[in-house]
Design a protein. Structure first.
Length: 216
């Protein structure tokens, strides 16, 4: 289920292309922030097409992605692709795989040097509109707590461990889209993966089969 809190905009007939152009020019987090403004120039990062069958919904760009404009070009991306069982060429084939983070811009770093949460302005403003322009979507990978909470509503308001453990019920919860909740593939979750061996033994084989089915 997708939140319906976004106000719709009147778009030109070019649809998704026009919407992406609006997103790339967005400056809400600088000009009308909820809290402290973004401390640097916004650089929205997303990859979408009207033919994409899979959507990867992560958290927000990090420093490397902010510099390059290419999502998941780091060890977390390598691990995510291994979880999915895809090559980089498949992962970055925008005609089949959309990448739609919860926040399109790098949110900055906290005092300890860790990434801040996704900006609060972004998802309510744009997320429903983006997904409305992705008619061929079949599988949505919810990578981390922010995506899980936004897309799953009550099902996602538990701990991330409980939600991921309940992945079978999550997949059965939507009639049109199939959602798979995942932890973030960061090295910081190595201990979580070790403590939850069912994730690699039970969920990952299903994830890879679902990804392969959607890609084919």
């Amino acid at each position: 289920m997708v939140s319906s809190s976004t106000s719709k905009l009147r778009l030109p007939e070019s649809g998704l292309e026009a919407l992406v152009d609006q997103i790339r020019r967005c400056r809400l987090c600088r000009d009308a922030p909820q809290g402290e403004p973004l401390p640097h120039e916004p650089r929205p990062v997303l990859r979408v097409s009207t033919t994409a069958r899979i959507a990867v919904c992560g958290q927000a760009p990090g420093t490397r992605v902010h510099a390059s404009g290419m999502p998941f070009t780091d060890p977390s991306g390598d691990r995510l692709r291994a979880w999915m069982g895809v090559t980089p060429e498949e992962f970055y084939d925008v005609s089949r795989v959309a990448i739609v983070p919860m926040g399109f811009c790098f949110p900055g770093l906290n005092d300890k040097g860790a990434d801040l949460p996704p900006r609060r302005e972004c998802a309510p403003r744009w997320r429903d509109q983006v997904f409305a322009q992705l008619p061929q979507l079949d599988l949505v990978l919810l990578v981390g707590q922010y995506a899980v909470r936004w897309h799953l509503g009550p099902l996602g308001r538990r701990s991330l461990t409980d939600t991921v453990r309940d992945w079978r019920a999550v997949m059965a919860s939507s009639q049109r889209l199939r959602y798979i909740p995942l932890p973030h593939p960061s090295w910081r979750n190595n201990s979580w993966i070790k403590k939850n061996p069912w994730f690699e033994a039970e969920l990952l084989p299903v994830l890879r089969a679902e990804v392969r089915r959607a890609l084919s």
